[in-house]
Design a protein around this ligand. Structure first.
Ligand code: P6P
Length: 334
C-alpha cells in the first residue's frame, strides 16, 4: 500500500478547506507537532519523574497531573507560535487565552482543547488523549478576543480531531469532508494514513457507560440499560459492556467497531459530566462525519447554544441506530 504521510494528505486535501488553503496546513501542523511532543512524554511517563499529581488543582477542582499541565503548555506554545490561531480555551484554564505574540494577533482561528483527557488513567497505563475543535473567530481580527469567539455552536467548527496515546498513537480529524485516521511511526516521527474515510457501523453491539452511577440514573436510562442486557438474538442482544473510563479510548473503539458511549445526566450530576465545547462538540463533528450521531439525549449536540466555556451536557454518541434507540427510552422521562 502506498504510504501517505499526514503532511502529504493535508496538502492534497487543503483545497477542500473552505478558507485560504495554507491556513489549514498551518493550523494542523501546529497540532501535529504538539501531539508528537506530548506523545513522547506520555510514553515515558512511567519512568520519568513527571507522573503523579502535580499538586495544583485545575478549574474542575481536580488534582492536576503533571502531564496535564505539560500538555496544556505544549499545545498553547505550538498554537501561539504558528500564527493562524489568535487564542484558545482549555479544560486546564479557567478563562480563554488571547495569544499576545505579534505573530498570532491577526490569526483567524480559535482552538478549544482538552489537552490530555482521561489523565486520571495516566498512572495505570490506560490510553489517554487530546481532543480539539477549531473555529474561525467572529470578533474583528486584530481586536481583543471576546467570549462570543468561543461560545459558538458545534456546527461552526471548521475542523475537529483527537489524538489517542495508546498501544499506538493515532491522530484522527475531520474538516467536514469525512474522517481520516493517521498512525504515528515513532521511529520516524511521521504520521501515516492508516484509516481513510472512517465510518461508524450503523448498528453496534457495544454499550459504554459507567454503571456504577446506576442508582442515580433516570428510569428511562435504567430501562435502556435493561434493554442492552436483554436476551434477544434477533437484535444482537445482550450487547457487550465496554467502559474504559477514558473518553478518547471509548470513543475511538466505537469509531472502529460501532457502539454507543453514554454519559447521562444523573441525580448527582444533573448536567452530566462531559464538557460541551472541548469534548462533546469535537467528537460530535467526527461522529456525524463518520455516519454516526451525537445527542444530549434529546437534541443534536452541535445545535446547542453554548452558555459557558466549561458547560457540561449529558452525552450520547456512536452508532446511529443506538443513539436513536436510547433517545426513545429517554423520552419517557419527559
Ligand atoms: P467516570 C476522564 O476523567 C473523563 O473526563 C473522560 O475521559 C471519561 O469518559 C470520564 O471522565 C469518566 O468518568 O465518572 O466514569 O469516571
Amino acid at each position: 500500500m502506498k504510504l501517505v504521510t499526514l503532511e502529504d494528505y493535508i496538502i492534497k486535501k487543503q483545497a477542500d478547506f473552505p478558507y485560504a488553503t495554507g491556513e489549514l496546513t498551518g493550523l494542523l501542523s501546529a497540532i501535529v507537532l504538539a501531539a508528537k511532543v506530548v506523545n513522547r512524554e506520555v510514553n515515558k511517563a512511567g519512568i520519568a519523574d513527571i507522573t503523579g499529581a502535580y499538586g495544583a488543582e485545575n478549574i474542575q477542582g481536580e488534582q492536576q497531573q503533571k502531564l496535564d499541565v505539560f500538555a496544556d503548555e505544549v499545545f498553547m506554545d505550538a498554537l501561539e507560535s504558528q500564527g493562524q490561531v489568535c487564542g484558545m480555551a482549555s479544560e486546564e484554564q479557567e478563562d480563554f487565552i488571547q495569544f499576545d505574540s505579534h505573530v498570532a494577533q491577526n490569526g483567524n482561528y480559535v482552538v478549544m482543547i482538552d489537552p490530555l483527557d482521561g489523565s486520571s488513567n495516566i498512572d495505570v497505563n490506560v490510553s489517554i488523549g487530546t481532543i480539539f475543535a477549531i473555529y474561525r473567530r467572529v470578533s474583528p481580527i486584530g481586536q481583543p478576543l471576546e467570549m462570543r469567539d468561543f461560545l459558538q455552536k458545534g456546527d461552526k467548527q471548521v475542523a475537529a480531531g483527537y489524538v489517542i496515546y495508546g498501544s499506538s498513537t493515532m491522530l484522527v480529524y475531520t474538516t467536514g469532508k469525512g474522517v481520516n485516521g493517521f498512525t504515528l511511526d515513532p521511529s520516524l516521527g511521521t504520521f501515516y494514513l492508516s484509516h481513510p474515510l472512517m465510518q461508524i457501523p450503523k448498528k453496534g453491539k457495544i454499550y459504554s457507560i459507567n454503571e456504577g452511577n446506576y442508582p442515580h440514573f433516570s428510569s428511562g436510562m435504567k430501562k435502556y440499560i435493561a434493554h442492552c442486557k436483554e436476551l434477544n438474538p434477533d437484535s444482537n442482544r445482550p450487547y457487550s459492556a465496554r467502559y474504559i473510563g477514558s473518553l478518547v479510548a471509548d470513543f475511538h473503539r466505537n469509531m472502529l467497531k460501532g457502539g454507543l458511549f453514554m454519559y447521562p445526566a444523573t441525580t448527582t450530576a444533573p448536567n452530566g459530566k462531559l464538557r460541551l465545547l472541548y469534548e462533546c462538540n469535537p467528537f460530535a463533528m467526527i461522529a456525524e462525519q463518520a455516519g454516526g450521531l451525537a445527542s444530549d439525549g434529546k437534541n443534536r449536540v452541535m445545535e446547542i447554544e453554548p452558555t459557558g466555556l466549561h458547560q457540561r451536557i449529558a452525552y450520547f454518541t456512536g452508532s446511529e441506530d443506538m443513539v436513536k434507540d436510547v433517545e426513545r427510552f429517554l423520552k419517557e422521562d419527559e
